[in-house]
Design a protein around this ligand. Structure first.
Ligand code: ZN
Ligand code: ZN
Length: 370
């Protein structure tokens, strides 16, 4: 069957013939893959900066943001049935029994680093015609979300982050009085740094949770990001014309920053304007670049005197996938055009190398498989 693979030692990316997987375990499920989303991680893998083939394989099949349809189930499978649409989780636990996180099913917090990730690290990904995995890693998506469900995995980053925000902010009285809308963030102001897919999905999740949300970004790409951002109820501030000081004056006390750029300098400069009792979430992974200069004294002073909190977050657990699927349904009901507008290109798998290696632009590009 067809698969999109990267050969790190030969520095090649191409469509290959990959053996079909079989349903060998009673809890195994076979999927016909429909779509795979492309993100910065995939671009790093095809740039040979990242990505590890499974042991004994010369290549790694790409793809971790996926949507598939169940076509065959093992005898003991109960969570999914043929015809279901599913999004499969990416990370698998490490083999060490002493890893508290993996032992508890929270491999997203793995201590040892010996986890595997499908399409990224030590396990083949989803950019292929058929995939077999255990049912416990699969999350059923309603058929109405067929068109946008490939956005589930990138949305899980925001879902896991927001869950942690509510947990860590229990350190102080932070919960808003619940108004008629029932939105828990309605008394807080959030800034999203970056307007790529992770930032825009994070902004939608924050607006949906009631936060007064501003997206701060450089105007890049062909699409008018300001119009898109305003169409789902957030504000847009262009980095070219708005300094961070002006942003802070416009927003008021910045209660939450959701970083989605991977750019260290602007992130730490943004930290300088984080508000009292604010929480700053890092989701981006910067490239390997040299040191930068920053006003560490100011940042440290603010952290202490304003009771601030900073954390990083990666990967996601089952609850985050379930929340993402639920929220996608809400987004589609509230802002159908904005959500569909996040997917700016669909390309057949035969054209996938062009998408990965070229500069196709847009927001989220998707590879269609069947
Ligand atoms: Zn991704
Ligand atoms: Zn572990």
């Amino acid at each position: 069957m067809k698969a999109l693979a990267v050969f790190p030692t030969r520095r090649e990316v191409r469509l290959i013939d990959h053996p079909e997987p079989g349903v060998t375990a009673p809890t195994a499920v076979k999927l016909r893959m429909l779509e795979v989303g492309v993100c910065g991680t995939d671009r790093e893998i095809v740039g040979f900066q990242y990505g590890t083939p499974p042991p004994g394989s010369e290549y790694l099949v790409l793809g971790h943001e996926s949507l598939g349809e169940v076509i065959e189930v093992g005898a003991a499978v109960t969570r999914v049935k043929p015809g279901d649409l599913v999004v499969t989780m990416v990370r698998r636990p490490c083999p060490h029994p002493e890893c508290l996180a993996c032992s508890a099913g929270r491999q997203d917090f793995c201590y040892t680093g010996d986890f595997t990730e499908r399409g990224i690290k030590g396990a083949h990904g989803f950019a292929t015609e058929l995939v077999v995995d255990d049912e416990k890693y699969m999350n059923v998506v309603p058929h109405q979300l067929r068109e946008v469900a490939v956005l589930t995995e990138p949305l899980t980053i925001a879902e896991k982050a927001i869950t942690q925000v509510w947990q860590v902010q229990q350190r102080l009285p932070w919960a808003c009085p619940i108004g008629p809308s029932g939105e828990p963030g309605s008394c807080h102001r959030a800034v999203v740094l970056g307007a790529g897919p992770v930032g825009l999905l994070g902004a939608m999740a924050l607006v949906n949770a009631g936060f007064e949300t501003t997206v701060y970004s450089r105007a890049s790409g062909l699409r008018d990001k300001a119009t898109l951002v305003e169409s789902f109820g957030a504000r847009y501030a262009a980095a070219e014309t708005t300094t961070l000081q002006q942003l802070a004056e416009r927003v008021g006390n910045i209660d939450l920053v959701y970083e989605a750029t991977g750019a260290a300098r602007v992130s730490f400069e943004m930290m300088e304007v984080l508000g009292t009792n604010g929480v700053f979430i890092f989701t981006g992974v910067p490239g390997r670049k040299g040191p930068i200069e920053l006003d560490a004294n100011l940042i440290m002073r603010n952290l202490v005197l304003a009771n601030q909190m900073v954390f990083g977050t990666v990967n996601a657990n089952r609850e985050a996938f379930e929340a993402a699927i639920r929220d996608l349904g809400t987004f589609v009901a509230r802002w159908p055009e904005a959500v569909r507008g996040l997917i700016t290109g669909r390309f057949p798998i035969e054209k996938a190398t062009d998408v990965l290696l070229g500069e196709p632009g847009g927001i989220k590009n998707v590879i269609t498989i069947s």
